[in-house]
Design a protein around this ligand. Structure first.
Ligand SMILES: Cc1cc2nc3c(=O)[nH]c(=O)nc-3n(C[C@H](O)[C@H](O)[C@H](O)COP(=O)(O)OP(=O)(O)OC[C@H]3O[C@@H](n4cnc5c(N)ncnc54)[C@H](O)[C@@H]3O)c2cc1C
Length: 461
């Protein structure tokens, strides 16, 4: 039986190679690069990588994979953090980077249609001249729109504009049978049938392969006011953030960097910020509304002991104020060269944020780990960037135990194991704890839509 499965696989890869000549690779470096992971999960390369250029080609590849029972793993920008693009059962990595066309921008409808492999940075640059923008910003500009939809990505502006879930109108997808479906029409709202768009959002390539997306666009606001504020403690920074959201201020971004993270960016970006927990904010609206909201924020910050409050409206001033936030990840990487970084995230209800961040901060100190905190605190979501040495087994054990406690804390506080990075392989062990019987409903959906389990097997569950 083993031999006949192997023979069928070999036939499959030979057929893929002749179907897309010059666009299929079995090179070791290429396969390795398509299995990157930033969890503890070791890299598990696919058997081959292929670069389709049309939905029809993706459909033919999936039909062939189904006939030979070979796993297919969609690959966008490869920036996911939880082993999402690993191939634990081998198979074919479908790289969407050559499906990178912006097919239509419709300013009158405030929408656009793009191929799945369009990188976010490319879309942002192309929209610049239109006065419109796509707001979801996961921080990794090489992430593709297909990968962002598949991971239900969000980021710094989600507090105002929502995540991928709120900013998608339609998805064109190849299902496990090879059938091509559009999940919706182009109307901005619809009450027609099950919401297939939202079913595919966050499905991590396990229910269908996204080939095109129609996205909502937003007008660039008349005024953008950036600000920063320092706080003596992480609790006071979190409280100020939560109160600003509760007060309904026109915040488009509100981010927290803890003291360790500020020390890293000071060194990396040659800044001279006070090494204390710091909020980074952005207000969008009319000049008067931005000014009023900023004044209201200053009052809230003052109650929590906020100091050193700075603001800027011009482009250069805003970039300079936000530099520390943008460089956060790279600053940590540079501070501990040769060490591994593990970026993880949890989210809790707003009223529990201060408790979650404080407990986590104390846990880091007690465990003796290096682990700066960076938060999309307006959404009750924060990241911990754990710096560790994989070869040091006792440190590794402490990191694993810390991650378990982090998720347990989030769940105890009515939150989730991941606010935005997704499940992949790294967070699958928490699914039952978080969803209980809901996991069986998810499994039933997977079974119905992908009965042969060929779409990114070994992920989520
Ligand atoms: C420094 C850094 C900061 C980050 N910050 C954030 C953040 O703030 N917010 C956030 O949400 N994420 C963040 N991430 C994680 C990552 O950028 C997102 O998960 C992103 O959405 C992944 O997009 P990608 O194109 O790289 O997908 P990939 O990594 O290529 O794939 C991710 C998953 O989506 C599937 N997939 C990819 N393309 C398709 C497709 N066309 N059809 C179906 N399935 C597909 C893959 O199979 C895989 O399961 C960060 C990552 C880094 C490195």
């Amino acid at each position: 039986v083993g031999d006949s499965i192997e023979k069928s696989r070999q036939e499959f890869f030979a057929q893929v190679n002749s179907m897309l000549p010059g666009r299929c690779s079995v090179g070791q470096d290429v396969r390795q690069q398509h299995s990157n992971t930033m969890t503890f999960v070791p890299s598990q390369p696919p058997d081959a990588v292929v670069w389709p250029v049309t939905t029809a080609e993706v459909s033919s590849l999936v039909r062939l994979a189904a006939a030979h029972r070979v796993p297919v793993i969609a690959f966008g920008g490869g920036t996911s953090l939880e082993g999402h693009v690993n191939a634990p059962h081998g198979g074919l990595s479908i790289d969407f980077s050559k499906m990178n066309q912006i097919l239509a921008v419709r300013p009158n409808d405030l929408d656009c249609t793009v191929e799945a492999g369009v990188p976010l940075d490319h879309l942002t640059a192309e929209l610049r001249a239109t006065g419109l923008f796509f707001p979801v910003d996961p921080g990794a500009g090489t992430a593709t729109l297909g990968g962002m939809a598949a991971t239900r990505a969000s980021g710094t502006t989600t507090v105002r504009y929502g995540s991928m879930r709120e900013n998608l109108i339609n998805i064109k997808a190849v299902m496990a049978s090879g059938e091509v479906v559009d999940t919706a029409r182009r109307a901005r709202k619809s009450a027609s049938g099950y919401d297939l768009t939202r079913l595919l959002v966050g499905s991590e390539g396990t229910l269908g392969l996204i080939t095109e997306l129609t996205l909502k666009l937003h007008g660039v606001p008349e005024t953008i006011l950036a600000a920063t504020a320092s706080f003596a403690s992480i609790v006071s920074a979190c409280k100020a953030s939560t109160q600003a959201i509760q007060a309904g201020l026109g915040l488009a971004r509100i981010e927290l960097l803890d003291a360790v993270q500020i020390q890293c960016v000071n060194a990396y970006s040659h800044l001279n910020l006070e090494s204390v927990p710091t909020l980074f904010l952005e207000f969008h609206g009319s000049p008067a509304a931005c000014r009023d909201d900023f004044e209201a924020f200053k009052d809230i910050a003052a109650i929590e002991g906020g100091s050193n409050i700075k603001s800027a409206i011009d482009d250069a001033g805003r970039k300079s104020l936000w530099r520390a936030r943008h460089d956060a990840f790279w600053a940590v990487k540079a501070a501990w060269p040769g060490k591994q970084l593990l970026v993880t995230d949890i989210a809790v209800p707003l009223s529990k944020l201060a408790e979650a961040v404080t407990e986590t901060s104390e846990d880091i100190k007690k465990t003796g780990l290096i682990a700066p905190i960076v938060g999309h605190v307006g959404d009750g979501n924060f990241h911990v960037i754990v710096v560790f040495d994989r070869a040091n087994s006792s440190e590794f054990a402490r990191v694993e135990a810390f991650l378990d406690r982090l998720v347990e804390r989030a769940l105890r506080l009515e939150g989730t194991a991941t606010g935005e990075h997704g499940v992949g392989q790294g967070k699958s062990r928490y699914m039952v704890r978080e969803h209980g019987a809901g996991v069986e409903v998810m499994r039933a959906i997977k079974q119905a839509l992908d009965p042969l389990n060929i779409l990114n097997p070994g992920k989520i569950f």
